[in-house]
Design a protein around this ligand. Structure first.
Ligand SMILES: CC(C)(COP(=O)(O)OP(=O)(O)OC[C@H]1O[C@@H](n2cnc3c(N)ncnc32)[C@H](O)[C@@H]1OP(=O)(O)O)[C@@H](O)C(=O)NCCC(=O)NCCS
Length: 489
């Protein structure tokens, strides 16, 4: 169990269990210790006695919310949250945002180095040629209601997409399909990478158009990744339609900035799901579901809803006070990793200036700036090291570009497919193979109980201990009264 202790013992940790007096020396590697080492420690109750508090099962390492648990050795993205540093494969995000493109950066994130011009040409061509979806997909998109949240559509669409590719499904082709590292296995993996990145914009554009009651648009040729995306969303039959180049470029920069952010909630979900060796389409669908929440990719949408609710700069002080009283949350501020401004937020602000030159300023900008200024000099936020994250300004750009509020998380999910795939591929090919992600719990429930016959039980009362009284529609009321005598309505 654990790593061998180095002879010098300098690079190790000594732990003493004061319950038993037992000591343990654990090797430190890459500034980390294996959590499994602690399994060697237990309170050791009397022989043969089972302890329902689990104290005889080895000491657990408890970490609600993964605050200090590393689950991967990764070479993809580096973040220094105290210094506000973000690098993809060693390249500072600021340099990539100026010199690179989303697709070039995608290659870098997935394969580890920047492509040569011929590698880039093949890569871009493969991704762009894998944009078309089967014609049957139209029926799938049309099956959603006009007011379905586009993330519900996109999440389902990725899982649906996987049903077309039985050759990419380890359940059908054998569980080592993606873990062999052989040329054949890598080729199958790369094809799914082309498909998933190529079709992400197509699925997102279809999720957009179905709600507008518009026909779908086949991905065009000769366009950039974001140019094609804008075309698929906006083309209405004009001849030689081309999206505005400033918006196309701004979206590309935003895509690049959102491409990866190491083990955030959604990337972790993709890996957790992928660790069962499920197909990559299902893993990406799971990532979408995780990203959708307001604490993660839904924050850009939440920022705009918050700014609308504040209304004007004059109301900012009252809002800040409400945040400090914990009645409100300042969306777009704070981060699990950054304890200073998110480096992406500066690039987003510059991009916003470019976009506003074309679209005009968003009316919420002044409120956003007043909020930013007030929070940055308020003791509550300073003490907690709360600063703007990438979502604080990105929503303003998306709004100025005319996207509906609930589409914002889609604009985050589409580029993040790249990062999810980079992490998924790294895990599939990691030395030692894939280990299923199966955490442990600390059981604090009832000890062993005897089953009591239904007529002999005393009622248990209390909120959370019994099902709630829910409201019913008129038809449910009538059918329940008709079919169930004891119905509580
Ligand atoms: C991102 C986020 C989920 C990180 O959460 P976390 O790492 O668990 O941080 P914590 O919730 O422990 O925050 C530490 C403290 O700052 C406070 N805090 C964190 N974010 C805050 C925010 N946006 N507004 C007000 N207070 C905030 C917490 O209440 C906590 O205060 P306390 O120590 O007095 O209890 C959190 O900052 C947040 O909810 N931000 C708003 C949503 C958002 O913008 N998400 C996008 C992230 S890219």
């Amino acid at each position: 169990m654990g790593r061998p202790i180095p002879s010098s013992s300098q690079n190790s940790l000594t732990v003493r269990d004061n319950r038993t007096g037992k000591s343990l020396e654990i090797a430190i590697e890459d500034n980390s210790i294996p959590a499994t080492a602690f399994k060697a420690l237990s309170a050791a109750p009397e022989k043969g006695e089972r302890d329902e508090n689990e104290t005889n099962k080895g000491l657990r390492v408890s970490d609600r919310g993964f605050l200090n648990t590393a689950v991967m050795r990764s070479q993809i993205t580096y973040i220094d949250g105290e210094a506000g540093v973000l690098r993809y494969r060693g390249y500072p995000i600021e340099e990539l945002a100026v010199h690179s493109s989303h697709l070039e950066t995608a290659y870098l994130l997935i394969y580890g180095s920047l492509p040569t011009s011929s590698q880039l040409e093949v890569w871009e061509s493969e991704v762009m040629h894998h944009g078309v979806v089967h014609a049957d997909a139209e029926q799938f998109f049309r099956s959603f209601r006009y007011d379905a949240h586009p993330m519900a559509i996109l999440t389902s669409a990725f899982a649906y997409l996987g049903s077309y590719y039985s050759e990419a499904n380890p359940s059908l082709q054998g569980q080592t399909l993606f873990t062999q590292g052989s040329p054949e296995s890598l080729a199958v993996m790369d094809k799914q990478i082309y498909r998933l990145i190529g079709k992400a914009t197509t699925l997102a554009a279809m999720a957009y158009r179905v709600r507008q009651g518009r026909s779908f648009v086949t991905p065009p040729t000769g366009f950039s990744y974001t140019g094609s995306f804008l075309y698929q969303m906006d083309h209405l039959g004009e001849e030689n339609y081309k999206p505005n180049p400033v918006l196309e470029k701004a979206l590309d920069v935003l895509f690049l900035l959102h491409a990866d952010h190491e083990l955030n909630a959604s990337a972790t979900t993709v890996l957790q799901t992928g660790s069962s060796l499920v197909d990559p389409y299902s893993a990406i669908a799971a990532g979408c579901a995780s990203l959708y929440g307001p604490l993660h990719g839904g924050a850009n949408e939440a920022v705009i809803r918050m700014l609308i609710s504040i209304g004007s700069p004059a109301n900012v002080p009252a809002f800040i006070e409400a945040v400090k009283k914990r009645e409100k949350v300042l969306s777009g501020f704070g981060h699990r990793v950054y304890k200073t401004s998110d480096p992406r937020s500066f690039i987003v602000r510059k991009t916003a200036d470019e976009v506003f030159k074309v679209t005009g300023k968003d009316e919420l900008l002044e409120t956003a700036m007043a909020l930013h200024e007030a929070a940055m000099k308020d003791e509550y936020f300073i003490k907690r090291k709360l600063a703007p994250n990438v979502d604080f300004c990105s929503g303003l750009i998306y709004r100025a570009m005319g996207f509906p509020l609930d589409f914002f998380p889609v604009l985050f999910a589409v580029p993040r497919v790249v990062g999810w795939l980079a992490h998924w591929r790294q895990m599939m090919l990691q030395p030692g193979g894939v280990k299923i992600w199966r955490p442990r719990q600390i059981y604090v429930g009832a000890s062993k109980r005897e089953y009591v016959a239904v007529g002999e039980r005393s009622p248990v009362e209390g909120l959370q201990k019994t099902p709630s009284q829910i409201s019913h529609s008129g038809i449910s009321k009538r059918t329940m009264i008709a079919t169930f005598k004891g119905a509580k309505l």
